[in-house]
Design a protein around this ligand. Structure first.
Ligand SMILES: Nc1ncnc2c1ncn2[C@@H]1O[C@H](COP(=O)(O)OP(=O)(O)O)[C@@H](O)[C@H]1O
Ligand SMILES: [Mg+2]
Length: 309
């Protein structure tokens, strides 16, 4: 059912530039979490740090009792096998057809026979709706298909954790809707832990169990979707409603007086309680894993409520 990832006090800088500091959150096992944030806030850097491609200055990333930030390269290599990553553009090899692209991690990291590889590749291509496109080159297909091919490749090693870097960027709204449904269906089927980085508010409202928001070098908030979607925190509200009024400016940070004036002008009577239901798996997706996941999440939220009370 996926694994839990516990991040504590994580800080990442490049030279003197602090990207974000003191980030602490727990990605619950088997749940879908979304990390939101304006462009340039270090969302991609966060994903790369989680898989150990970038070293943080401080803090820990604990998975199955091991702190990734302390591991030697050889052990890190082992832990990385738990991860599947869908990079922003699919990161496919342009000269390889989709079949070979998707087979690549299996040929690289396992000793499976070509017939076994074939079975796995075709199974994953079927899961993401790419049957029949085996011989296509990345340059010959649409952006949406490239993302799905990248996703199939992220799935071949049966990861416990899947990280998505802006899976919806560059896609039209209809393709985004299909992709969101695919993500929810996949989560129900394989029950892995998902973290999706995006700045698409519509997807962030529909898809995840949990939402986080990075802004001005801090994790402003991370928690169950219901909590974030109804939050009164000014940054969270501005971002989730896509408003100009609030602490987030066009380029520069706004000064406090201006923010206060803007917030006073918002008609708060329009702020209704969040009722958008989470997107459910489509028909045909096996139900039991999702039911278990829902029950697990409800138990977790009850427990947190008790602990917080
Ligand atoms: N390898 C790197 N070396 C130096 N700076 C980097 C590197 N990678 C990212 N950055 C900087 O980190 C900041 C956050 O980048 P990024 O994670 O790509 O933002 P986001 O994905 O939220 O749009 C940017 O200012 C970027 O220039
Ligand atoms: Mg990015």
């Amino acid at each position: 059912m996926g694994v839990e990832i516990c991040v504590e006090g994580l800080t990442k800088s490049f030279g003197h530039q602090v990207i974000w500091q003191d980030v602490s959150l727990t990605l619950p096992a088997g749940e879908v979490s979304v990390m939101l944030g304006p462009s340039g806030t270090g969302k991609s850097v966060f994903l790369k740090t989680l898989v150990g491609l970038l070293k943080p200055e401080r803090g820990s990333i604990t998975i199955q009792g091991r702190d990734l930030t302390k591991l030697r390269e050889r052990d890190l290599y082992e832990v990385r096998k738990l991860f599947g990553v869908l990079f922003q553009d699919g990161a496919l090899f342009g000269s390889m057809n989709l079949y070979d692209n998707i087979a690549f991690p299996l040929r690289e990291h396992t000793r499976k026979s070509e017939s076994e590889i074939r079975r796995i590749v075709l199974e994953k291509m079927d899961m993401v709706g790419l049957v029949g496109a085996e011989r296509k080159l990345p340059g010959e297909i649409s952006g949406g298909m490239r993302k799905r091919a990248g996703l199939a490749r992220a799935l071949v090693l049966d990861p416990e954790i899947i990280l998505f870097d802006e899976p919806d960027s560059g896609l039209d709204p209809v393709r985004v809707a299909y992709l969101n449904q695919l993500i929810v269906d996949l989560n129900a089927q394989i029950d892995a832990t998902f973290l999706i980085v995006t700045h698409d508010i519509a997807s962030a409202r529909l898809v995840p169990d949990n939402i986080g928001l990075l802004f001005r070098r801090e994790l402003v908030m991370f928690g169950p979707r219901e909590e974030l979607l109804t939050s009164d925190e000014p940054v969270v509200r501005q971002f989730l409603h896509g408003r100009m009024q609030g602490p987030i400016g066009m380029a520069e940070e706004k000064d406090a007086a201006q923010v206060e004036q803007e917030l006073a002008q918002i008609d708060d009577s329009a702020h209704v309680q969040e009722r958008t239901p989470r997107l459910l798996p489509g028909p045909g997706v096996a139900r039991p894993p999702r039911w278990e996941a829902i029950a697990r999440r409800e138990a977790r939220l009850r427990q947190e409520e008790v602990a917080g009370a």
